[in-house]
Ligand binder design. Structure first.
Ligand SMILES: CC(=O)N[C@H]1[C@@H](OP(=O)(O)OP(=O)(O)OC[C@H]2O[C@@H](n3ccc(=O)[nH]c3=O)[C@H](O)[C@@H]2O)O[C@H](CO)[C@@H](O)[C@@H]1O[C@H](C)C(=O)N[C@@H](C)C(=O)N[C@H](CCC(=O)O)C(=O)O
Ligand SMILES: Nc1ncnc2c1ncn2[C@@H]1O[C@H](COP(=O)(O)OP(=O)(O)OP(=O)(O)O)[C@@H](O)[C@H]1O
Length: 533
């Protein structure tokens, strides 16, 4: 996630007295300024600071925000909120600028920012989606449906932040609280009425969504990811479960296709509707909403959504794969549970061609195949489960070989690397192991770990009579090129892991790399070769 540092800012906010802020939140004062100092906005990064800001200096793993406070003040910050360590670092360096102190400023930042901006979330119909996979896709489908219903929508997630038609690329899936509240205030100014947003587990652990009580929250699924941050799966689950508490949401929808979903429905401390998108197994309790009659429809699937009370909705999604039926169904149920009328939803979806949002880098068809070309699909699958599912989704419509190009990310969750290699072998016929975002790690060492898992699985497959080719090609652009050039006309090439991302971080250096651009370039080279042959 390496987009430029930027954020939305509302143009007009009411000045808030720093003295009232201290009183409202019980903050101590380490340095006083003039009595009438006011702030109009909140920021937690000096590089984003502008006139009238409250600069919140947070302790981080790489630096203490207090180190940047003098620069923030030079850029117009009127007051600083920090912790005791920050106040110590500041000393009396910021003459005349009030410095407020909280034991854990992150824990009050969301509420403080919401207070400064006049609680903008309360003026929006809010939908929050969490889970390991499917957050982005589901969020886009919710936004698509809300727009089809005639609402002016806002969207926040991994790919972009949107206030009506204004768009900024995202750096994080869920922005820091100060930036998020500023974005919500901008949405209110822009007369946006609804918000569909992704809520990552990091966001819940790091208080980024404090200050928002969602109207409806949704849970997609849970599988191994981000264990470098959370430690183990149970802790990861417990963090996600925080979203299903009265402080954060009024009601929820939980997909109960996996055991973690069942647990989430049990753990939720708000009213939840359950949704099962696959046939029930023996002994499973009935879900409130179920999906049935799934059939191929265009590039995706048509399906029927039925409530236990008998209400039904037949609709479709244009995105391939069973998991996209789950994402689309979750989106529709969240909007219905949010109070939309079934007939209105049916009419809106019929007019909009179903849940047919285009989601950048999610099962995005870069080349449809035909005319001697392979089909080329770019997807964001960057963990074991997602990789398996993406390959499964493409297998039924692949007449020839299924080729996958992927790598594992550096600096995080090394445990998943061999498993991803094995998953690729179980789902594809040709596995091209390359680099993802190595960050600070040695790319060759990451590839070796992925290849270890892939080669072991290949040998097991070979013993069972199934032949899978495993290749190592780097850098990534070359791997995409080779895969596309070597593929047959009936093959599908899945380029997995980076989706919409356009910057690859190698040894701390940002390189431009967009899988979709590389794939199109390789297809063009194929055409040139055919023409000149
Ligand atoms: C673990 C984590 O999420 N860390 C985030 C956290 O870092 P940190 O607390 O260590 O902060 P730091 O970089 O030491 O900086 C301390 C403070 O100084 C400020 N600062 C720092 C540098 C500077 O020049 N000026 C400045 O003011 C920072 O804004 C921060 O307030 O605060 C930083 C500032 O906002 C984030 O950039 C950083 O995200 C890191 C880079 C990150 O990669 N986070 C990922 C893992 C993440 O949050 N991912 C989730 C989920 C994605 C998914 O589901 O796949 C997401 O929501 O994006
Ligand atoms: N419901 C689902 N179940 C399992 N896998 C899914 C599901 N939806 C999408 N995927 C896979 O996961 C990848 C990421 O999808 P998406 O971006 O929608 O999820 P996400 O939760 O936003 O992920 P991230 O937070 O990492 O951005 C997709 O490219 C697809 O391969």
């Amino acid at each position: 996630m390496t987009s430029p540092l930027d954020r939305f800012r509302p143009t007009a906010t009411r000045p808030r007295r720093v003295r009232d802020l201290a009183l409202t939140f019980g903050l101590e004062t380490a340095a006083t300024g003039p009595d009438d100092v006011t702030v109009t906005s909140v920021v937690s990064d000096n590089r984003l600071t502008a006139d009238g800001d409250l600069f919140v200096a947070l302790a981080g793993s790489r630096a203490h925000g207090a180190r940047f406070a003098a620069d923030a003040v030079a850029r117009g910050a009127r007051a600083v909120l920090t912790d005791a360590e920050g106040a110590r670092l500041l000393g009396d360096a910021l003459a005349g600028v009030p410095v407020l102190v909280a034991p854990d400023p992150r824990a009050v930042l969301g509420a403080v920012a919401a207070w400064v901006y006049g609680s903008p979330a309360e003026r929006l119909m809010t939908f929050g989606v969490t889970g390991t996979n499917g957050k982005t896709t589901t969020t886009y489908q919710i936004d698509h449906l809300l727009r089809a219903l005639g609402w002016k929508g806002g969207l926040v997630g991994t790919v972009e932040m949107r206030s009506g038609d204004r768009v900024l690329a995202s750096r994080l899936t869920t922005p820091e609280a100060a930036d998020l509240q500023a974005l919500l205030a901008t949405m209110v100014e822009d007369e946006v009425r609804t918000l569909a947003m992704e809520v990552s587990s990091h966001a819940l652990a790091l208080h980024r969504v404090d200050g928002i009580e969602f109207g409806v929250v949704g849970f997609t699924n849970l599988s191994q990811d981000h264990l470098d941050f959370h430690g183990d799966l149970q802790a990861y689950f417990d963090t996600k479960a925080l979203l299903f508490t009265p402080a954060r949401a009024r009601r929820g929808v939980v997909v109960v296709d996996d055991a973690w979903g069942e647990r989430m429905a049990d753990a939720a401390r708000i009213p939840v509707a359950t949704l099962r998108t696959r046939p029930a197994r023996d002994g499973e309790a009935d879900a409130d909403w179920t999906v049935s009659d799934v059939v191929p429809h265009g590039t995706g699937s048509a399906f029927t959504l039925t409530h236990a009370d008998g209400r039904t909705l037949r609709t479709s999604t244009s995105l391939p794969g069973g998991f996209n039926v789950a994402n689309a169904a979750l989106a529709a149920v969240m909007v219905l549970e949010g109070g939309a009328h079934l007939d209105d939803v049916r009419e809106a979806l019929d007019a909009a061609g179903g849940l047919s949002a285009t989601v950048p880098g999610r099962m995005e068809v870069v080349g449809a195949g035909g005319g001697g070309d392979p089909r080329v699909v770019v997807d964001f699958a960057h963990n074991t489960d997602a990789l398996e599912l993406a390959l499964d989704a493409l297998r039924p419509t692949t007449a020839g070989r299924l080729v996958v190009v992927f790598g594992a990310t550096g600096d995080r969750d090394a445990g998943k690397r061999p498993a991803m290699g094995a998953a690729a072998v179980s789902g594809a016929d040709v596995v091209v192991v390359t680099d993802d975002d190595p960050h600070g790690e040695d790319p060759a060492a990451i590839r070796a770990e992925v290849l270890g898992g892939a080669r072991a699985a290949r040998d097991v497959a070979a013993a069972a009579g199934r032949s899978v080719e495993v290749l190592e090609v780097a850098p990534r652009a070359e791997a995409i090129r080779r895969a596309v050039l070597d593929a047959g006309p009936d093959d599908t090439v899945l380029v997995a892991g980076r989706g919409h991302e356009t910057i690859q971080e190698v040894a701390g250096v940002d390189l431009e790399l967009d899988d979709r651009v590389e794939a199109r370039r390789a297809l063009a080279t194929r055409h040139e070769r055919t023409t000149t042959a």
